[in-house]
Design a protein around this ligand. Sequence first.
Ligand SMILES: [Fe+2]
Ligand SMILES: [Fe+2]
Ligand SMILES: [Fe+2]
Ligand SMILES: [Fe+2]
Length: 288
Amino acid sequence: MGPLEKLHIHHEKLISTIKSLAERATKNPADTSLLLAYCNEYLVSHAEAEEVTLYTVDDDPNFVNNMIHEHKEIKHSLDVIDAAFSRGEAGTLTAEIHNFLALLNKHFGEEENTLMPRISKKITEEELESLIGEAHQIEAEKKKSDVWSLFEYDHKRIDLNLSQIKSSKGDPGKSAEYYSIMRTQLLNHIELEETILFPAFGEHTTPDHLGPVNVMIQEHQIITSYLPSPSDKDGVTRAFDVLHELIGKLTVHNKKEELILYPMINRELPRGEKEKVFKECLDRFMKV
Ligand SMILES: [Fe+2]
Ligand SMILES: [Fe+2]
Ligand SMILES: [Fe+2]
Ligand SMILES: [Fe+2]
């Protein structure tokens, strides 16, 4: 496979994942967490790597400046999506996601149809191959693998689904559906903390830092006791009766993780380990 084809496949994977996550986000705004986490990890690092490799070979400074400007626009659009997501503004969110996809499509098109054919005429196939290899290397190094923000995004996702349960109270079918989604996501979140995030941290930290982890695990037991299964008799009714308590407990628990534990984990986990944890957990967040 030639270098151009390889780059095309890489772009295809990025764009098809982003499109499917964008579609999920427009159907349920809570899922914007997935789109943001994915782009912050894989798209931003991709753009940064190109600027210092492939883009340096092109002769037309105006074109290159325009491409770099488009990276900035794409990044800005992600920031607008992030802000609308944190404020829960569904209208702005949908409009900006459309804008984001349009920017991305245009940009990838220019890279593949203008930039790459031009570069490949200028340098040999071997040189191009090694340049793309270098781009991949830098892309891997630029990944932030910010597990703190990854898990914080998932808290936000669960919070939004919790508020959708409340706002759809007049429609029992809808609120039961949101309860079921929220419950699956919360149980998945807790499982990932207890089986992936916390154990990875445990291997790389000092024993005195394990105190907060144990407190979080105890709190998980209390939180899960407020999550009756919707398939149990009266499960949904019982869940709605204790919804207020669940939200109270979860708010305090999440704050402790966001202010104390996640920053500590983000700081202390070695790079390679963090990248592995980030990838594995994001893949699993995307499944529910
Ligand atoms: Fe680019
Ligand atoms: Fe690209
Ligand atoms: Fe937790
Ligand atoms: Fe958490």
